[in-house]
Design a protein around this ligand. Structure first.
Ligand code: ZN
Length: 191
């Protein structure tokens, strides 16, 4: 399975879905939502989240709702990782349903027409979750479904889309890879 065939997923993979269970440590604000497959809008605004004007400074209840969705999105990766593809697909279907995900061509903020995956004016958290659930659905609906992975570093809870050529990615990042390698090296030296 070459990199070409996972182009859509690959772009999604550039944006790790952050699913930190609390606000300590590894958590960073969710930056940009995953981009979808197919032609990208010409503008720099992604078509995958709410309009930028609506995305400023989400309040705590909104963040809390997004975190709940993030937990459910993460569970899709863990299901795939455990070889439970049916379970993963059912979880994504439930997310698509609950987030009311739907492709909608839209135009706002002087942008050209582009594709959103939620209705205009949809709830902030639901908008982001709808976009991410759609991205996962695209991956799971293709032969590349096993490219969804969970970082194997012991102190990391990140998930990733494996866009490597040979599909053998085990870590979310080179940081985790290096940390595990260094720990293994130290363990060997200690004998
Ligand atoms: Zn990691």
């Amino acid at each position: 399975m070459g990199g070409r065939s996972v182009a859509g997923a690959g772009q999604a993979g550039q944006q790790r879905i952050r699913v930190d269970a609390d606000d300590r440590g590894r958590g960073e604000p969710l930056a940009q939502p995953a981009r979808g497959p197919g032609p990208q809008p010409r503008s720099t605004t992604t078509g995958w989240g709410p309009p930028s004007s609506a995305a400023a400074a989400p309040d705590a209840p909104r963040r809390s709702r997004l975190r709940e969705y993030a937990d459910r999105l993460r569970s899709v990766f863990t299901a795939v990782d455990a070889g439970r593809i049916d379970d993963a697909c059912e979880r994504v279907n439930a997310l698509l349903r609950d987030t009311r995900a739907a492709p909608v061509l839209t135009r706002h903020d002087d942008e050209p027409w582009h594709l959103h995956f939620h209705a205009a004016g949809e709830d902030w958290a639901r908008s982001w979750a709808a976009s991410m659930a759609t991205a996962l659905a695209v991956v799971l609906g293709n032969p590349v479904s096993d490219r969804l992975g969970v970082c194997t570093a012991s102190a990391c809870d990140r998930v990733f889309v494996d866009t490597s050529r040979n599909g053998t990615k085990r870590f979310c990042s080179t940081a985790c890879q290096n940390r595990v390698k260094a720990a293994a090296f130290r363990a060997r030296r200690r004998g």
